[in-house]
Design a protein around this ligand. Structure first.
Ligand code: GAP
Length: 560
């Protein structure tokens, strides 16, 4: 396994801060983990992504699998909903990750993230280096080097590690284990497990705390929903939750939409909005945040047509990303194995992107497209459902009563043409606006060593925060008088910038870093023949066009 291209990610994070794409939230107070703020360029980029999604999915949704038109309507539901919503949906009982706590430094870790975080931790890197190996790879057992590290640098770097606290017992056991092995190389995770286990203490081998090397507790469930209270009293009755997904707002409004709009099945309800998850280990820049935005569609269809619509949405959503510039070799569609599926899902595909913070060959989820069957609408009618003998049935207590009661409202649909009443099936393409933004940022980030300032952002023109810049070559000789009206005309239609300072090379470089696709320069020749130069961000190529054609030129280039 190759090491993560960490330095690329560091450069992207640095550019995002330097140019005002993304800042750490509350940075002047030391920041708050898992929360991010979008700066002046970032907010434009993210808005463009959300607008492109709304435009392409809601206002101008594509034709269906058989070339038919279908309705797609929007919704903006409240973030705080009736707490029963989350009990019936299963989030209250099941929306949990396994968490481990360090007995020494008290830090919390998501159990399945521990191996990955260990690979990245400074002390495991230092230890691997002392053994001339890699934190994720094989190392040669060198008793003297280990002894030197645990009694030297390890004391400062990993004070909680059993081998640092009790070197004699821990290293003695390791030596014994190694003496019975034919081969003297072992992988780092195995070595770490031995260094973390004090033979005198109870418990078997397990990985140490990535922070201090200490002992981790057994994994235990941790519900990811943020809790709050409505009203003045902080009682159990007033307890509410910040929504962990926007989807439930759509399900509970299914009947409202049906009764208020003339929509017929098949149709979709789309929503963009904030969701909150108290992630145990938020990490990888904005990839796993505690506050993020989702762009979700719940598409309602007849059960007999649900597989066709599932395939349609899977392919449509993948195409959306490639059309906006995510290269196909970095993007993939991954069908979940049967044992990976949620209890309600008949099929799920993830659209994944090879983010640069991942190991080579690894992909991270950008969007999930799930076939949710009739699980959601039935849950909100009947009560929380569980799967029993392959069927969804109401989850009951020992007294036979529903564990969590549904609304009792009729959420079935009567199909006039089929003369049939049924519970619609749901296909859910669920995208993250922040993960999407991060993927478009990573994809756009380019280093072109042939340029004096090599870093540039090759955003698709539809997504670029600034569409054009206008420069008078010099800030005198009547050039600003020509440049300013050109700029104002562009500004009426698109976000644009005017810059009359610094050398022309520096001005181009600033715009390249911001991802501005076109720069117009007004120079001496403009005074003679009325032409301006237009420079293409990606190729650096320049051509001259008449200044009266600037708007037409941009219209053509920025066409969707
Ligand atoms: N309604 C289904 C649902 O919420 P999900 O796979 O949990 O499914 C959908 O989330 C998308 O939301 C993910 O593909 C991802 O893009 C985004 N997302 C989920 N958790 C996130 C987090 N902690 N930080 C940023 N984005 C997240």
């Amino acid at each position: 396994m190759a090491t993560p291209t960490g330095n690329v990610m560091d450069k992207i994070v640095a550019l995002c801060k330097r140019r005002g794409f993304i800042f750490q939230s509350s940075e002047i107070y030391g920041g708050i983990n898992g929360f991010w703020d979008y700066g002046p360029l970032g907010v434009e980029l993210k808005r463009n992504i959300k607008d492109a999604w709304w435009h392409d999915m809601v206002h101008h949704n594509p034709l269906g699998p058989d070339g038919q038109e279908f309705s797609m309507v929007g919704l903006d539901a409240a973030i705080i909903m009736h707490p029963q919503v989350w009990k019936v949906s299963g989030h209250f009982d099941l929306f949990a990750d396994k968490m481990q706590t360090c007995r020494q430094c008290k830090k919390l870790f998501r159990a399945d993230h521990v191996p990955e975080i260990l690979q990245e931790s400074d002390w495991t890197r230092a230890l691997a280096e002392a053994l001339s190996g890699e934190p994720a790879g094989l190392v040669t057992y060198d008793a003297a080097a280990i002894q030197k590290w645990v009694t030297g640098k390890g004391k400062k770097q990993a004070p909680g590690l059993a081998a640092v606290r009790n070197p004699q017992a821990v290293l003695g056991r390791l030596a014994e284990e190694m003496s019975s092995r034919p081969c003297q190389s072992l992988d780092m995770p195995t070595l770490l497990q031995y260094l973390a286990a004090d033979p005198a203490a109870p418990g078997g081998l397990q990985l140490p705390c990535p922070n201090c090397g200490g002992d981790l507790t057994e994994p235990r469930d941790f519900n990811l929903m943020f809790e709050t209270y409505t009203g003045a009293l902080q009682t159990d009755e007033n307890k509410a939750f910040l929504r962990p997904e926007t989807a439930q707002g759509i399900f509970v409004n299914f009947k409202n939409v049906l009764d208020s709009c003339r929509v017929k099945i098949p149709f979709g309800i789309a929503q963009i909005g904030k969701s909150f998850r108290n992630e145990i280990t938020p990490r990888n820049f904005t990839f796993r945040s505690r506050e993020f935005e989702q762009m979700e569609i719940e598409f309602f269809c007849h059960p007999s047509e649900s597989n066709k619509w599932y395939e349609y949405w899977r392919d449509t959503r993948l195409r959306w990303y490639t059309n906006l510039g995510l290269r196909s070799e970095k993007l993939r569609l991954r069908e979940h194995d049967k044992d990976e599926l949620s209890h309600y899902s008949c099929g799920t595909s993830d659209i994944e992107y090879a983010f640069p913070f991942l190991n080579e060959g690894d992909f991270g989820e950008l969007e999930g497209v799930a076939h949710r069957g009739d699980f959601d609408l039935r849950s909100h009618m009947e009560g929380k459902l569980v799967s029993k003998d392959g069927k969804l049935v109401v989850d009951t207590n020992a007294d036979g009563k529903p564990r969590w009661k549904g609304s009792g409202k009729d959420l079935t649909y009567f199909d006039d043409e089929r003369k049939e009443r049924f519970v619609p099936h749901v296909i859910e393409p669920s995208a993250g606006a922040d993960r999407g933004t991060l993927a478009f940022i990573c994809e756009a980030y380019t280093v072109d060593e042939s340029r004096p300032s090599p870093e540039l952002m090759k955003f698709h023109p539809r997504l670029a925060p600034i569409k054009a810049a206008v420069f008078p070559l010099v800030n005198k000789d009547g050039l600003p008088e020509i440049a300013e009206p050109v700029y104002r005309a562009i500004r009426e239609r698109w976000p644009a910038q005017y810059d009359a300072k610094a050398s022309i090379g520096k001005r181009y470089a600033r715009m390249d870093e911001a991802g501005t696709p076109y720069c117009f320069t007004i120079d001496g020749q403009t005074k003679e023949d009325g032409t301006v130069t237009v420079r293409d961000r990606d190729t650096g190529a320049q051509e001259r066009i008449d200044k009266s054609r600037v708007i037409e030129y941009l219209e053509e280039k920025l066409r969707r």
